[in-house]
Design a protein around this ligand. Structure first.
Ligand code: ZN
Length: 65
């Protein structure tokens, strides 16, 4: 498995998701920060920054229709 990257938005290491059944990390690459940034971000930034950004972009697109 690749090294755990730092979040490209807040600089913290992204979460390592552990399978509760065997205690092994099954995902350590965080979330996509697109379209805010071309990189990986932690779940906190995904929820607080990337998701609202996507929603805003979505509504702005609709206003132009
Ligand atoms: Zn972050």
């Amino acid at each position: 498995m690749k090294d755990t990257p730092n979040c490209c938005l807040c600089g913290e290491k992204v979460e390592e998701k552990v399978n509760p059944r065997d205690g092994k990390v099954y995902w350590n690459q965080g979330e996509s920060a697109l379209p805010v940034k071309d990189g990986r971000c932690c779940t906190t930034c995904a929820a607080n920054i990337v998701l609202p950004y996507r929603l805003r972009a979505h509504y702005q697109q609709q206003e132009h229709h």
